[in-house]
Design a protein around this ligand. Sequence first.
Ligand code: HEC
Ligand code: HEC
Length: 106
Amino acid sequence: MKMDKRDMAFVALIAVVLGVVISLTGKEKTKTVPQDENHHIVYQAAYAGAPDANASFVRRMFFKPDKKGAETYCEPCHKARNVRFPPNHPPKNRCLFCHKLQPQQP
Ligand code: HEC
Ligand code: HEC
């Protein structure tokens, strides 16, 4: 098979696209917020306004957890309990953008 410049450019383009896709999916590996006693308060705050099981399907579909409300608890407690951040931790305003809440059973 003969490869001219345009073929090479095409192959290079595919390599770049693949690289971007792989690096983006890698970002989802950030640890989720554990569902334990420590983090109970976070889940409680996030899901305080959650519609109950009898609410209409549409209301339950459009419910979004109160992430900003929940995030106010993260740092003070981690500081108080000396939970270490990894040394290369990214900027940490908005914890829940990166550390996802685990899905809740209604
Ligand atoms: C009341 C205290 C408290 C609050 C509030 C809290 N944490 Fe934590 N968190 C801890 C403690 C203690 C640990 C270390 C022990 C553990 O892994 O449970 C921890 C560990 C973690 C870990 C590491 C888990 C692992 O698998 O190693 C993550 C991620 C985390 N917290 C995220 C958050 C986020 C995001 C919030 C806010 C939305 C939050 N935490 C709020 C106490 C708290
Ligand atoms: C821009 C994304 C981002 C934000 C915002 C962020 N983190 Fe992280 N966090 C990471 C990454 C990436 C790691 C390292 C990979 C991992 O172990 O999850 C990490 C690691 C951690 C760990 C250590 C987990 C372990 O390995 O035990 C804790 C605890 C933690 N973050 C808490 C927080 C808290 C609390 C906030 C908000 C104040 C926060 N993070 C905001 C991306 C983020």
